[in-house]
Design a protein around this ligand. Structure first.
Ligand SMILES: [Zn+2]
Length: 91
């Protein structure tokens, strides 16, 4: 899965920590120097392919931008969840 932070029109790659509670930037983008980013308000992207969340600094809690997570999936995040949750589909 690819995860990145969108801030100031740039894509900043994120590495998910083992606990999966927060992700790390290669270098800080927040003025406080923290590299940890936590996501709140997880939702599907408008096309249903990715997950999106508001990315906040793990240190000072300031909103830094949008977190986009692109799952390695054929159908997209929304379709995968629908399939995994057992909804019957006819293809
Ligand atoms: Zn901060």
């Amino acid at each position: 899965m690819e995860i990145y932070l969108i801030r100031d029109g740039r894509k900043w790659p994120l590495t998910l920590e083992e606990s999966q509670e927060k992700a790390r930037l290669e270098r800080p983008v927040c003025e406080c120097g923290e590299t940890g980013v936590v996501g709140t308000g997880l939702q599907y992207s408008s096309d249903g392919r990715n997950y999106e969340a508001t990315g906040c600094c793990a240190g000072c809690k300031k909103v830094l931008g949008r977190i986009i997570a692109e799952p390695d999936t054929v159908f997209g995040a929304r379709e995968d969840d629908a399939v995994l949750n057992g909804r019957c589909r006819v293809y």
